[in-house]
Design a protein around this ligand. Sequence first.
Ligand code: AMP
Ligand code: MG
Length: 325
Amino acid sequence: MVCRESGSLVCVKKGANIIRNGGVVSFPTETVYGLGADAFNPDAVRQIFALKGRPADNPLIVHIDTLYWLDFLYEYIPDYARAMMENLWPGPLSIILPAKGSVPSVVRGGLPTVAVRMPAHPYALKLIEYAGTPIAAPSANLSGRPSPTSAQHVFEDFGDKVFIIDGGSVAVGVESTVVDATDVPLKIYRLGAITPEDIQKVTGKPVEIHVKPKDGRPLSPGHAYRHYAPEKPLHVFKDEEAFMRFVEEHGAIAIALEKYRDITDRFISLGSDEKDAAARLYMALRDADRMEGEVIAALMVENEGVGMAVNERMSRAATYIHGGE
Ligand code: AMP
Ligand code: MG
């Protein structure tokens, strides 16, 4: 069911009760909606994997409301990782470090490390506070589907099987940046609103981007799986002329920035810039499945800032990428 807040955090309190009792709750964060359970309760966390149909080797991110919890989660924290926490939290950044043995293996997907983040959303922070425990949570979508950016999207995937705290539409719209901070150079496994430059600036350390399997081997388990995909075939374009030609020839549903609106009646706008595109991409992919038309074409945005994350998500959702990867 969807619980809409009326100003007194009643839904957050109900949600916290469910978490305390070993249940699963969907909650808003600034990136996408999460599907959370008590990170220290393995049986509770297993329900998340079952509900999503998520492969057991794909670890979850542990969400905290204060730095107090770090001692219970990480084995150690290098100074440069501490600098990220102090400067970029709360915010869309998940930091991977060696895990304490007390972090259940199911949360870590069997890895010796754990990803932790402090979300910048008042409901998420209050939910963790009232639950009195860190909350392990992936995105609240069925595995492989576009991530949810509204309570309605969560309801589409899970219906009444999950208690959903409605926090309206999210601000960022793409998942957190994931950085492996176990070693220098730092490695980014997933791009997000916090950029490699942001991380380089606050740590003073070199940063590498590893968002694809290297020599066929995924560095992060998530790299092995297809993500974010709509049901209809999705063709992703780098080149605007090729995109427009394809839309015309195939009568495709077009997903692109607002300035391309006139190219077809079957148009879904990504807004006016990369930031808008991040906030709207997953909704656009879900809407396209409901629109008349057999095939979807999407045009990448400028590959800068959060635009890099948008283009990466489009590529991962694609059935075909035109013009190379
Ligand atoms: P989601 O929870 O759906 O946003 O996905 C979390 C992402 O973070 C997945 O792509 C995971 O593979 C990645 N991740 C989480 N924990 C780790 C870890 N300890 N090592 C490497 N990647 C991780
Ligand atoms: Mg996900």
